[in-house]
Design a binder for this molecule. Structure first.
Ligand code: CP
Ligand code: NVA
Length: 307
C-alpha cells in the first residue's frame, strides 16, 4: 500500500512509471477508446478543506473513466480535526472506500491520515506541497520536449510555495535543473536546495531574487498566484513585493525563444501573469490543466489498481 503525500517519498522509477501510465491512458482516450475499468468496484473519498475546480473534477472524472466511483466530502460536513479527529475520520473511511484524497490547510493532517490509513492517501494540495499538480506539469513538459528531460531547466517565477516546492522536487527526480526567482522573505527553505544539490549529481537547483536571471536559460517558465489559499490576509502586503515577478512580455523577451509558460491555475490575470502571455503562443496553461485528468488517472491506476 502506497501513499502519495510528497514527491520526495518516491523513487524516480516509481514517478516515471506513474507518468508513463498516465500518458498511455491519455493516448487511449485520445484515440477514441475507453479506458479499461481497472478501478471497477473501487471508491475514492475526496475531502476538501479549500475550494477546487481542477483537482475535484480531474479526480472524480478519472475515477469515473476508470470504472470507479468518487465521493466528494466538504470540510463543512466532515469537520476533519474539528467534528472528529483526523485519525477517526481516516479509520472510518478505510472500512468503506479504497482510497482517500484530501486538500488540507495543514500538511500535518495528511501525515496523520497516512499514519492511520489502511488504504492509499493522496495529497490534493496542502500548505506544504501540491504533488499532483507537479505530475501534470511534467506531462505537459514531456509533451513539449520528450520523455527524457535530463538537463532541461525550469524557472519558477514567484512565490516559494506549495507548487514551487513540489516542482523543485520532481524536477530534481527527473534530472531537470530548477531555479526559483522569489523576493526576499518568500523563498523556499534553503535545506531543500542543499539536499537536491548534494544528493542529485548533475542537477542544479537554486533560488535567486532576479526573475530575468532565472528565465534567461529556461526551457519552462512557471508561475502561480502570489497569494495562496489561506494567505488572503497577506494580500495587500504581498502584491507590491511581488509586482516585479509578473510573467509578462518583457520578461519573456529575456527567455529563450523555445521556452514555454505554465501556470497551475487559478490565475489572477494582470497580477502574476498577463493576458498576452496566458493566451499567447508560448502558453501551455490549458493543456496543463487538462493533463490534471490524465495525471490523476495514472496515479489512481498505480495506487488503487496496481497498474
Ligand atoms: N491547480 C489546481 O489545483 O486547481 P484547483 O485549485 O482548481 O483544484
Ligand atoms: N499555490 C496555490 C495553488 C492553487 C492551486 C494555493 O495554494 O492556493
Amino acid at each position: 500500500m502506497t501513499h502519495f503525500i510528497d514527491i520526495v517519498d518516491h523513487s524516480t522509477d516509481w514517478l516515471q512509471h506513474v507518468l508513463d501510465v498516465a500518458h498511455a491512458l491519455r493516448a487511449q482516450r485520445q484515440a477514441g477508446q475507453t479506458n479499461q475499468p481497472i478501478l471497477a468496484g473501487k471508491t475514492l473519498a475526496m475531502i476538501f478543506e479549500k475550494p477546487s475546480l481542477r483537482t475535484r473534477v480531474s479526480f472524480q472524472q478519472a475515477m469515473y473513466e476508470l470504472g470507479g466511483n468518487g465521493i466528494v466530502l466538504h470540510q463543512q460536513e466532515v469537520g476533519l480535526g474539528q467534528r472528529e479527529s483526523v485519525a477517526d475520520v481516516t479509520r472510518v473511511l478505510c472500512g468503506m472506500v479504497q482510497g482517500i484524497m484530501a486538500r488540507v490547510f495543514e500538511h500535518e493532517k495528511l501525515r496523520q491520515m497516512a499514519e492511520h490509513a489502511t488504504v492509499p492517501v493522496i495529497n490534493a494540495l496542502s500548505d506544504h506541497s501540491h504533488p499532483c499538480q507537479a505530475l501534470a506539469d511534467i506531462m505537459t513538459i514531456r509533451d513539449e520536449f520528450g520523455e527524457d528531460l535530463t538537463g532541461r531547466t525550469m524557472a519558477f517565477v514567484g512565490d516559494g510555495n506549495n507548487v514551487s516546492r513540489s516542482l523543485a522536487r520532481l524536477c530534481s527526480k527527473l534530472g531537470m535543473n530548477f531555479t526559483l526567482a522569489a523576493p526576499e522573505g518568500y523563498t523556499l527553505e534553503s535545506e531543500l536546495f542543499d539536499r537536491i544539490n548534494r544528493d542529485v549529481p548533475g542537477v542544479t537547483a537554486k533560488q535567486i531574487s532576479d526573475p530575468i536571471e532565472a528565465v534567461k536559460d529556461a526551457d519552462v517558465i512557471v508561475t502561480d498566484t502570489f497569494v495562496s489559499m489561506g494567505q488572503e490576509e497577506e494580500k495587500e502586503q504581498r502584491l507590491p513585493i511581488f509586482a516585479p515577478y509578473q510573467v509578462n512580455a518583457k520578461l519573456l523577451s529575456q527567455a529563450p525563444e523555445h521556452a514555454i509558460v505554465l501556470h497551475c491555475l487559478p490565475a489572477y490575470r494582470g497580477v502574476e501573469i498577463t493576458d498576452e502571455i496566458m493566451d499567447g503562443p508560448r502558453s501551455r496553461v490549458f493543456p496543463e490543466a487538462h493533463n490534471r485528468l490524465h495525471a490523476q488517472k495514472g496515479l489512481l491506476a498505480v495506487l488503487l489498481g496496481n497498474a
